[in-house]
Ligand binder design. Structure first.
Ligand SMILES: [Zn+2]
Length: 117
């Protein structure tokens, strides 16, 4: 097994450790309390610690941005219909940014065991 820094080659069985899907297209290393595991994109996106962390970031940043951008309108007692899509979008953006950053940092290049020698 060759295990080096992010972006370098890792020789492992090329299957997601959760669902068994082939990891030839995309591989992500998720860290649990005891060790790191290789996952496909779908399993990495549904990895609970990542979802929880991104949700916390979205809650904090989304609240700050909503306050900055829409606070005067909300405190003024007015709630126009456009806020029904603007506010959820304000929370969705930091969630996507946090999730994308975490996935890009956990991305790994995997070579199958029967690959190049
Ligand atoms: Zn998977």
């Amino acid at each position: 097994m060759i295990d080096q820094q992010a972006g370098s080659a890792v020789r492992t069985p090329a299957e997601c450790e959760r669902c068994g899907k082939s990891l030839e297209r995309s591989t992500f290393e998720v860290r649990t309390a005891d060790n790191a595991r290789l996952r496909c994109l779908t399993c990495a996106l549904t990895f609970w610690p990542l979802v929880r962390r991104s949700a916390i970031v979205a809650l904090i940043v989304g609240t700050i941005l909503t306050t900055i951008n829409q606070g005067n309108i909300i405190l003024g007692g007015d709630f126009p219909a456009s806020l029904y899509w603007k506010i959820p979008l304000t929370y969705a953006v930091p969630y996507c940014v946090a999730t994308t950053g975490a996935l890009l940092n956990s991305r790994r290049l995997v070579q199958s065991a029967e690959g190049t020698a």
